[in-house]
Structures are given as structure tokens and as C-alpha cells.
Design a protein around this ligand. Structure first.
Ligand code: CO8
Length: 263
């Protein structure tokens, strides 16, 4: 499959989706979002894909936001539909069964910061910059940014970032808990690739359970979250992956996880 605004490749279980409009700093147009939706459908159906990485083409930007050139063509109803469609696609991304890492190689602004926050975690280059600058356009984040940012860094800091449009660097983003690790720019993709390869070799059933339990658990009270954990623990325990993991440990060999639920 070939796309206009993105690149997509899969190698040894690791898929890489690259936003590929470097001249527009990889800004997200409606067309780009639909291409992302197509790729997510492919990833959902392909059991050979174990990990997904998102990154930006060029050395300047991950994604500098929604495509501002599209805004003047939209009426408020169309703008609302665009925001809702983006939110829907970002939920699909967030709810993929496999780990998704945002590999942020430059500006992650507006919709770019929002899509990165919909990934399981963010690795950033030391040149990356994060922000929600929509206020400067007289609007607010529309792809879930107010909600995910507040959940990740706390309400007051999220309000400060959205109200001031302050751009923060990778280290500041790491200090806030937005970014998991920062790497020198030239090492970013290789380091992310190493982690992706390691995740691709882990048990898919348990990886999926970790995602679901942490994501769903964060939206409910502690007791309900722990109940979800116990249920998921039992599902993992009954899986072929668990049989394989325990047997491999006792036999002092590397496990070969297949992602099969039942023994
Ligand atoms: N949309 C469209 N084009 C963009 C965008 C963008 N978000 N960002 C940069 N570009 C274009 C520039 O217009 C420029 O194009 P050209 O060469 O044709 O003039 C090219 O990319 C390079 O950009 P600059 O020359 O501006 O590069 P600088 O290094 O000087 O500045 C910045 C880099 C600081 C990143 C600057 O480009 C900038 O401020 N960009 C806009 C950032 C922004 O405001 N992002 C938020 C957009 S709104 C949003 O994301 C809302 C999401 C929810 C939408 C809901 C539905 C309506």
C-alpha cells in the first residue's frame, strides 16, 4: 500500500508509521488522518505486527499540529467533525492491543503532542519540543489534548501549558512525566528500535493486559482497578504465553511467545 502523507513499513514484527510532509512540518491534514486510520486497520488485522512506532520525516518535526491551512476552509460544524474524527482515530491508536511508542524527533505541537500522548509512551530526541499552542490561534486543543495532558502532568500544569502556549524542551517534558526517555537526536531511532525489538519478543497477551489494565484502571477507583488487574492476571495465567514463559524460565531458555490465549 502506498500513501500520500505517511510512510508505513513492517520489519520483524516492528511497524513504523512515519508522518511524511516535512515541508509542512508533518502537519496533520484530514487526508493524513484518514491514512492513519487505514494503517491502524491493517495493524489490527495483522497478527505479525507486535509493536508500532510513530515518527516524523525530516530532522525538524514530529508533527507541528493540525494543518492550519485547512482551517479557513472549515465552518464550525466541519471543524467539530474534524476534531471528533481525530479523537476517534486517536482512541483507536490508544486501544491497539500492541505497544505503541511515539518517537518524537522534533516539534510535537498541538495535534502532534496530542497524538504522541495517545501512544503508550514517548521517546524524544534532545531536540524535541512539546506544546499546545492552539490558544495563539484563538482555539483550544481538539484531539483530546486538554484531557490527556491533564491526566499525564496534572491539571494545573496542563492549564498553564494550554493557556500560555509555552513550548517546552524534551528534558522539561521528561521532568513532567510526559516523556519516558530522552536520547541524542542521532541515536533516537536506533534506541527506540532496540526497545521495540525487545517488546516484540515479549508475550503479546501480557502486553495487551498491561495496556488495558493501566489505561482502564486510571479512570476508575483503586479497588475497581485492582479488580480489573486480578481478572486480567487470571486471563494471562491461563494463556499459552504464561505456560511458555514459565517453562522457558525453568528450562533456562528464551521463551517463544505466540500470543495465544488458551493452553
Ligand atoms: N499547519 C500547516 N502548516 C504548518 C504548520 C501547521 N500546523 N506548522 C508549520 N507549518 C508550515 C509553515 O507554514 C511553513 O510553510 P511554508 O514554508 O510554506 O511557509 C513550514 O511548515 C515551515 O514552518 P516555519 O517556517 O514556520 O518554521 P519555523 O522553524 O520558523 O517555526 C514552528 C516552526 C514554531 C513549529 C511554527 O511553524 C509554528 O508555530 N507552527 C504552528 C504550530 C501550531 O500552532 N500548531 C497547532 C495547530 S492547531 C492544532 O493542532 C489543533 C488540533 C485539533 C484540531 C481540531 C480540529 C479543528
Amino acid at each position: 500500500m502506498s500513501y500520500e502523507n505517511i510512510l508505513f513499513e513492517v520489519n520483524q514484527g516492528v511497524a513504523i508509521l512515519t508522518f511524511n510532509r516535512p515541508k509542512a512540518l508533518n502537519a496533520l491534514s484530514p487526508k493524513t488522518l484518514e491514512e492513519v486510520a487505514e494503517v491502524l486497520d491493517l495493524v489490527k488485522k495483522d497478527q505479525g505486527v507486535r509493536v508500532l512506532l510513530l515518527t516524523g520525516a525530516g530532522d525538524k518535526a514530529f508533527i507541528a499540529g493540525a494543518d492550519i491551512t485547512e482551517f479557513q476552509k472549515m465552518n464550525p460544524l466541519e471543524a467539530r467533525q474534524f476534531a471528533e474524527r481525530g479523537q476517534e482515530i486517536f482512541f483507536q491508536l490508544e486501544q491497539l492491543a500492541i505497544p505503541v511508542i511515539a518517537v518524537v524527533n522534533g516539534f510535537a505541537l498541538g495535534g502532534g503532542c496530542e497524538i504522541a500522548m495517545s501512544c503508550d509512551f514517548i521517546y524524544a530526541s534532545d531536540k524535541a519540543k512539546f506544546g499546545q499552542p492552539e490558544i495563539n490561534l484563538g482555539i483550544i486543543p481538539g484531539f483530546g489534548g486538554t484531557q490527556r495532558l491533564a491526566r499525564l502532568v496534572g491539571r494545573a500544569k496542563a492549564k498553564e501549558l494550554c493557556m500560555t502556549a509555552e513550548m517546552i524542551d524534551a528534558q522539561q517534558a521528561k521532568d513532567l512525566g510526559l516523556v519516558a526517555k530522552v536520547f541524542p537526536a542521532e541515536q533516537l531511532m536506533a534506541e527506540a528500535g532496540k526497545v521495540a525489538a525487545a517488546l516484540a519478543a515479549k508475550g503479546p497477551v501480557a502486553l495487551r493486559a498491561i495496556k488495558q489494565v493501566i489505561d482502564r484502571g486510571c479512570d476508575v477507583d483503586l479497588k475497581s482497578g485492582c479488580a480489573l488487574e486480578a481478572e486480567s492476571f487470571a486471563v494471562c495465567f491461563a494463556s499459552q504465553d504464561a505456560g511458555e514463559g514459565v517453562a522457558a524460565f525453568l528450562e533456562k531458555r528464551k521463551p517463544n511467545f505466540q500470543g495465544t490465549l488458551t493452553n
